[in-house]
Design a protein. Sequence first.
Length: 281
Amino acid sequence: MTPTPTSIDRVVLPTDSTIPVARSAEYDTYFRISRSDDAHAWAVSALAVVTAITTDLPQSTLDNDSRLRLLDALAVVVGDASAAAAAAAQERSPSPLAAPPNHSETGQHDRTLQAPNAAAQQAITRWKKGHHLFHLFVISMNSRLAAVLESLASEQWPDLADQLTELGTLYAGATESMRYASDFSPEIYRDFVRPSMEPPWLEPGFSAVFNRDHDVMLTRAKVVRTTLKTAELPSVAADSARRLWKSQAENRRAHQLICQRFVPGGDSLLQEHFDAADQSN
């Protein structure tokens, strides 16, 4: 049996930054993601994730540079969460606070046993909490990618430079969140984490391509990159843009290295599913 502890709290993410894609609900269920338009609920959830990650960070194997990059990006998310909570408080009526996420919900993957040892338990927790953090970074990226286009259109160059700088910080944080989420041995991934994303717990072909928040980010990032390349930017904004592209490139390299470490030369679950389907035809 594969370990998937139900003790992991769900993270709440806003619904308006997503594009529905096939099987995205299954992705959200596996990673314990709830959706809400309540800014207060999102802010509280974001701060809870930040607290959990910073508490566990000293026990991780991330080096000091990685931890500093992660903390810099966490500061951006905390600022976003605090601003959202303050705005929600001003708009909120005297009605009771929104109900917290229902942590008793069970999905197909929740019918697994607890991890048989502390290392596997820690691994599956980091795997999911690290993905929670990655989502928070992506949500903050999405808002800034939209703001970048607005600043470009109005030629607000100082604002544009600040937004690009924060985007670079968030990309670097997303890279470190992937390292944190995968901070366990390949053997534990093989024996516990990967099987938890396979039948009978999930449908065949489970994949990160079902991450709708990331799908929005990729779409917006392409538009921003194309627009920036054709714009005549002042030096301060151009420098920020170059640092952003560097952070994006590092993010892609880090993801490839993590995949290679866990599945050397191997295919993703989705590719394996496609290969099996081809062989059966």
